[in-house]
Design a protein around this ligand. Structure first.
Ligand SMILES: [Ca+2]
Length: 338
């Protein structure tokens, strides 16, 4: 089933993500009204592109990757849960993959191989690959390299870290629109188009499901809450602090979740980096009320062109992303030491 039809693909999605994808497929045209409000509130939005992430530069020596030039051997580090440079030319290191996942020997960030996930209008919704590392940890970082096609537009959802119950590896999936019940939390490092205010591929933000998240009061639904740079609060879309990633160039993205230390304490955090520079750091997050609920899943995803995709008016026939050099670890990883 290399190229499932749109219907077949929908069937697969509904089987695996009954609530999430069904909600998105059947939901109203603009599901992310929390973000609409944020975007509308951003009256002070500036049109100038951010030239570079405006956070402080991470100390390279602090990064785990600094100890492993070329990432060689990094997968054996005791702090690493998972690493894949795709040099096997396969997706054998992943637990599962779906949709358009294409191994390619051209354009790798490092080595010979990388993985391409194209998205083709009317044919598919992109592709994805999932890796679990049960039972997981309270603090998890994920770093990957990404490149967008030169004429890329926007997507609906992107790369994700999730916390599932030890006894149910799917508990964080299929929760779009639902009130958090303490059995999961998740965050996605995503580019957001801000209803056209942000040029492609959109500004990076963390799209987050957590215990104390805010509902969409108009719809009485719980869509992911977006955290925009620079923190520590949620911020607003298309602000002066936004970071718009470049197209047609490999770049190093990293994000982390640190769970709260007690059920009643909002002392958790999350953060994101581009090319080793801190872009956003967000605190005061109560992710969970069960200390056993740990971050244990990494989802490499390029998803869109679905019925709930708010970027519909910008769709083109096809667009693609390439991924390479994935590392998931207990501590800050940082860019590859070349
Ligand atoms: Ca590679």
């Amino acid at each position: 089933m290399k190229n499932p039809s749109a219907l077949a693909w929908l069937g697969i999605l509904l089987m695996v993500f009954p609530a999430a994808r069904a909600a998105e497929l059947s939901g109203p045209p603009s599901t992310d009204t929390v973000r609409v409000a944020a975007a509308q509130a951003a009256k002070r939005a500036v049109d100038a592109l951010s030239p570079a992430p405006n956070g402080k530069e991470e100390n390279a020596a602090r990064g785990l990757a600094a100890q492993y030039p070329g990432d060689q051997g990094i997968e054996k580090d005791p702090d690493v849960f998972f690493a894949d440079d795709f040099e096997s030319g396969t997706m054998k290191n992943w637990d599962q993959q779906r949709g358009r996942v294409v191994m390619t020997e051209t354009q790798a960030n490092a080595g010979r191989w990388c993985v391409q996930m194209p998205m083709e209008r009317g044919k598919n919704h992109g592709g994805d690959a999932i890796k679990w590392f049960m039972p997981g940890a309270d603090t998890v970082y994920a770093r990957f390299y990404v490149k967008f096609s030169p004429d890329y537009q926007y997507n609906h959802h992107f790369v994700w870290l999730g916390a599932n119950q030890r006894t149910n590896k799917w508990s964080a999936f299929g929760k779009a629109g639902l009130k958090p019940n303490g059995t999961y939390y998740s965050t996605g490092l995503e580019p957001w188009f801000a209803w056209g205010k942000n040029p492609p591929p959109g500004e990076i933000n963390l799209y987050t499901y957590y215990l104390d998240m805010e509902p969409d009061r108009k719809m009485d639904k719980y869509w992911g809450n977006a955290f925009f740079p620079p923190g520590p609060g949620k911020g607003t879309a298309a602000s002066a602090a936004r970071y718009i990633p470049p197209l047609d160039r490999w770049q190093c993205w990293e994000f982390m979740i640190q769970a709260n230390t007690a059920p009643d304490k909002a002392d958790g955090k999350q953060a994101m980096w581009v090319d080793g520079r801190l872009v956003g750091e967000f605190t005061g997050i109560r992710w969970r009320n069960d200390p056993d609920l740990k971050v244990n899943c990494f989802w490499l995803e390029h998803y869109g062109y679905d019925e709930g995709d708010p970027t519909k008016q910008y769709w083109k026939e096809s667009q693609a992303v390439w991924f390479d050099d994935v590392v998931v670890a207990r501590r800050y990883i940082g860019p590859i030491k070349r």
